[in-house]
Design a protein around this ligand. Structure first.
Ligand SMILES: Cc1ncc(C[n+]2csc(CCOP(=O)(O)OP(=O)(O)O)c2C)c(N)n1
Length: 204
């Protein structure tokens, strides 16, 4: 029997990662930590304005949400936001169950879904054809997971997430544009700046 695709992004508008990242950063008012995933989420976070509370993951896919989970647990009074690409999340889907089980009150996940591995040449991800990552997140136990229907809806979801009491996942369909900025390729400097930004390292 032929099965129809279970992908249900509905009428979600195709948006732009940099535009959404700028809108997100503009709504931060309380020294929130922001974790950018490898590659494009990182690059657009950098371009949206550098902050000492930003961490830019280099090298490995799928670690933005797990790193953000650690920060959220370590600093429960601080809001933590993580930005990740769809291909990277697919590499590390198990983190969604871990996050649902630990249920930090202060963690917001933003998924930038272009359906491709843009930075390595635009290969289609398997999820693009068949899987709905919001449905997967809900199935993992992150009940408050939603597709943003457009930019205004994205901002509304961000505002709600920043005062929510359960982990949130906001997914956005995005175009195939590469990231705009380019982070420093210096992991030690990135880590040290972030730790100072979070107040766990004295300024030197
Ligand atoms: C574990 C691992 N596998 C493969 C790579 C090579 N790689 C780096 S970025 C990337 C694609 C990332 O895709 P996605 O997260 O969807 O972001 P996009 O490039 O589409 O913005 C790949 C395959 C890597 N860095 N780490």
């Amino acid at each position: 029997m032929r099965q129809s695709s279970s992908k249900t992004t509905g009428n979600a508008k195709v948006m732009n990662r940099l535009e959404l990242t700028k809108r997100l950063v503009a709504r931060l008012e309380n020294d929130e930590a922001v974790i950018g995933g490898i590659g494009n989420t990182n690059f657009d976070l950098w371009e949206a304005g550098q902050r000492p509370q930003n961490f830019y993951m280099l090298g490995s896919m799928g670690l933005a949400f797990p790193i953000a989970l650690g920060v959220a647990l370590a600093q429960p009074k601080r809001r933590v936001v993580a930005l990740e690409g769809d291909g990277s999340l697919l590499m590390q889907l198990g983190c969604l169950s871990t996050i649902a089980a630990l249920a930090p009150k202060n963690l917001t996940m933003v998924l930038m879904d272009n359906g491709i591995y843009q930075i390595t040449g635009g290969q289609a991800t398997p999820a693009a054809a068949a899987s709905d990552l919001v449905a997967i997140a809900r199935g993992c136990g992150i009940a408050e997971s939603a597709w943003a229907s457009d930019e205004d809806d994205f901002e509304r979801l961000v505002d709600a997430a920043l005062s929510a009491a359960r982990p949130q996942l906001i997914a956005a369909r995005i175009d195939d544009q590469p990231g705009a900025g380019a982070t420093d390729r210096d992991p030690v400097q990135i880590r040290e700046r972030f730790m100072r930004g979070l107040g766990v390292r004295a300024a030197s």
